[in-house]
Design a protein around this ligand. Structure first.
Ligand SMILES: *Cc1c(COP(=O)(O)O)cnc(C)c1O
Length: 426
């Protein structure tokens, strides 16, 4: 799961007590575990090694340059969704031959940048986009341009409505019938070689079933396309593999692969995967400090110094994050990370931030050990869509990012200053 564990009631990130880091960098702060990143990437690479697989880490889940460098050095490619992410990936030393580019609204500028960088595949989401790519490729391409058609297999991924992308009536991709027509119309055109299928079902699901269903719908499509003379070299299964927001409630990389690899063996397809949160969610905690404790009506509130501007997932998606104090008595050492964990002596509280919004909470009606002003609290599984979705709302400088490696740690993004807030307005 990850390398954030209690030792004698004190929370450690790898071999460093998190309170030690807080004393140095302040709170709120994102703390990443290098070992957890590498472990998750390696497990995924290992799980699919029987197939010709490229793992393309989804940059939007965790964009820090140092993290991308680390992933690139371990052989990861990248899934990008904007020109800014392309820039980051290249700055991190990514191999362009392992970059895939998705997104329904790529601008001309972004497409030209990606053409010039010679990325591996453009994941195409509409016919107009494909035509535009062809037009720009004629002028700017310096090598063969390959595209994957994003197909929407109409699968209910059973997650929050904002996190499902593989249903027929989302804005993403084209449906299966339309895919045949798109290949018929554009499949033999150059300079863009349409030679792969991309699917991305969504994020936040907890079983492998949607992936198996998607592959079972896509393989017959690929067969038909091949019968019609189209050369299909790769299948990109997107991202959306689950992370352990709670202890052992979702499939491991090995379990996903056990369901998927047999379906894809001997199909003459390269496999591309775009994992985001399954790699990075467990690789970080958000560390925050208790400012005040107060009673409001019948509710008990713990007010902390991290708000929805630092971590928006609870407010935006109703997402569950396990929270726990960074130092506890032996009777409060958590035995598991679960929505249901309740230990003798816990009290029910809402843990809320300082932002002027009713939606600014990290946890509601949570059974929690008694805490006091000044105590540190860890928000677990905060490495995906945590810092990357943070903002300056309420003119709050964004938190620093710290990378822990064994017994050492390094600031990989400094805390923003007030001057950073106003610099673009000067
Ligand atoms: C966001 C996204 C991903 C990553 O999703 P996770 O749930 O973080 O694994 C992969 N591919 C595409 C196209 C995406 O938009």
């Amino acid at each position: 799961m990850d390398l954030f564990c209690y030792r004698d009631g004190v929370l450690f990130a790898e071999d460093v007590a998190v309170e030690h880091i807080a004393a140095e960098v302040g709170t709120p702060a994102y703390l990443y575990s290098r070992g957890t990143f590498v472990d998750h990437l390696h497990k995924m690479q290992e799980a699919y090694h029987e197939l010709d697989t490229t793992i393309c880490f989804s940059v939007k889940a965790c964009t820090n340059l140092h993290i991308l460098k680390l992933m690139a050095a371990q052989g990861s490619g990248f899934d990008i969704v904007s020109g800014g992410e392309l820039y980051r990936a290249l700055q991190a030393g990514a191999d362009p031959a392992k970059i895939v580019y998705a997104g329904v609204g790529k601008t001309d500028e972004e497409i030209i940048q990606a053409l010039q960088a010679r990325i591996a595949y453009f994941n195409i989401e509409s016919e107009q986009e494909l035509e535009n790519l062809g037009r720009l490729a004629q002028r700017y391409a310096r090598a063969e341009v390959k595209a994957a058609l994003r197909v929407n297999p109409d699968i209910d991924y059973q997650t929050h409505a904002y996190m499902t992308t593989g249903k027929k009536d989302t804005k993403f991709g084209v449906d299966i019938e339309r895919a045949l027509a798109v290949f018929e119309k554009y499949g033999r055109h150059r300079p863009v070689r349409l030679c792969a299928i991309h699917v991305h079902l969504g994020t936040g699901g907890k079983t492998i079933d949607p992936f198996v269903n998607a592959v079972e719908k896509i393989l017959p499509l690929i067969d038909r396309l091949r019968q019609q003379g189209h050369e299909i070299e790769a299948l990109n299964l997107g991202g959306g593999y689950a992370a352990d927001y709670e202890t052992q409630t979702v499939p491991s990389a090995g379990q996903y692969a056990a369901g998927l690899v047999p379906l894809l063996q001997d199909k003459g397809l390269k496999l591309v995967l775009e994992p985001g949160k399954s790699i990075c969610a467990n690789s970080a905690i958000l560390l925050t400090r208790v400012l005040y404790v107060k009673q409001g009506g019948r509710k008990r509130f713990v007010i902390v110094d991290a708000g929805m501007n630092d971590l928006i997932r609870p407010s935006l998606y109703g997402a569950f994050h396990f929270l726990w104090p960074a130092r506890v008595d032996s009777r409060f050492v958590p035995t598991t990370r679960s929505q249901k964990l309740s230990l003798d002596g816990c009290e029910v509280v809402d843990i809320v931030g300082p932002i002027c919004e009713g939606a600014d909470f990290l946890a509601q009606d949570r059974s929690f050990p008694p805490v006091q002003r000044g105590d540190l609290i860890a928000v677990f599984t905060a490495g995906a869509y945590g810092f990357t979705m943070s903002s300056n709302y309420n003119s709050r400088p964004r938190a620093p990012e710290v990378l822990v490696d064994g017994g050492r740690f390094q600031i990989i993004r400094r805390r923003e200053t007030y001057e950073d807030l106003v610099a673009p307005e000067r």
